[in-house]
Design a binder for this molecule. Structure first.
Ligand SMILES: [Zn+2]
Length: 120
């Protein structure tokens, strides 16, 4: 399903390879999802670390090599918490088709971050 205008705007400054994966993933995805964040400033990152939302100042968001994706219900009004694994499967499929390696935050052991995808 097509990405919203806001989601597309949030892909600005994101690495072209990752951007291509997200756009193709949206095209193949039978339910909507949004991009909550792509490129992040140092100040934002510092704030997230302070709030405990992130644990590193070396986040790939700072270089545009990470995105956060949230699957949505069909009316796009709520996050569909049951679909993160499904969305990750599709992201890996598309990344494979495009010969790009990605990492999913849902596979992390210490700080599980299911909305997070980054280039390896
Ligand atoms: Zn992230």
């Amino acid at each position: 399903m097509e990405l919203s205008k806001l989601s597309l705007e949030r892909l600005e400054g994101v690495d072209e390879r990752l951007k291509a994966i997200v756009i193709e993933c949206a095209a193949r995805c039978p339910y909507p999802f949004n991009v909550s964040e792509g490129l992040r400033t140092k100040e934002q990152q510092r704030e997230y670390v302070r709030q405990g939302k992130s644990r590193t100042m070396n986040s790939k968001h700072l270089t545009g090599k990470a995105v956060d994706l949230y699957p949505l219900t069909m009316n796009r009004k709520q996050v569909d918490w049951s679909r993160f694994e499904e969305l990750a499967d599709l992201m890996f499929q598309v990344a494979g088709d495009q010969d790009t390696e990605i990492v999913w935050g849902g596979h992390w052991k210490t700080f599980v971050d299911k909305c997070h995808f980054e280039l390896r």
